[in-house]
Design a protein around this ligand. Structure first.
Ligand SMILES: [Fe+2]
Length: 205
């Protein structure tokens, strides 16, 4: 059973004007598509690994055969990160945290405004390609982290709650070099209802 790019739950133009339709189509079909194709190719000679959920593959990288470890780290990570990303951005979402996550953000970051400022700062300052994340750590506390390239928080033992792709392919057509404008604009499409579901699941896992 080969890995596949999941269907988007909304049309490519649904996140306009914050994310343009062309970026969404290229990002989803071509970039995510390439990670999936490369992952499937890497696992061709390893049928025992092909049925594993991608999250399982990347959470135990050191257990993988050395000759495919890096390609799975990059492309399995790319598949997992983008699969997560498509679910956490939405045209129909609460613009602010809800439920238990709202309380946790308020208490652990001294309010939603302070959280946004810190998340933006990490995303803007991240050097080169990567991601900025809101995660739950092993002590069940929220943290803001960034990862490089397609490294996943899952590989580091974190549970992702919110994630933002800061690779240039995510924003260059519309924002060119203005990553800060892109990071700030993306608050308009972050799906806090979905983030609450991830938060509740992370707390019981
Ligand atoms: Fe991406």
């Amino acid at each position: 059973m080969a890995y596949t790019v999941p269907l988007l739950g909304y049309p490519f133009e649904a996140l306009e004007p914050y994310v343009d339709a062309a970026t969404m189509e290229i990002h989803h079909d071509k970039h995510h598509g390439a990670y999936v194709a490369n992952l499937n190719k890497a696992l061709e000679g390893f049928p025992e690994l092909q049925d594993r959920p991608v999250e399982k593959l990347i959470s135990h990288l050191l257990s993988l055969p050395e000759e495919i470890r890096t390609v799975v780290r990059n492309n399995g990570g790319g598949h997992a990160n983008h699969t997560f990303f498509w679910t956490i951005i939405s045209p129909d979402s609460s613009p602010v945290p809800v439920g238990e996550l709202a309380s946790a953000v308020a208490s652990q970051f001294h309010g939603f405004g302070e959280f946004k400022t810190r998340f933006e700062a990490v995303g803007i300052a991240h050097f080169g390609s990567g991601w900025v994340w809101l995660v739950v750590n092993k002590s069940c506390k929220l943290e803001i982290i960034s990862t490089s390239n397609q490294d996943s928080p899952i590989s580091q033992g974190f549970s992702p709650i919110l994630g933002l792709d800061v690779w240039e392919h995510a924003y260059y057509l519309k924002y060119q070099n203005r990553r800060a404008d892109y990071v700030k604009a993306m608050w308009n499409v972050m799906d806090w209802d979905q983030a609450e579901r991830y938060y509740l699941a992370a707390k019981v896992s």
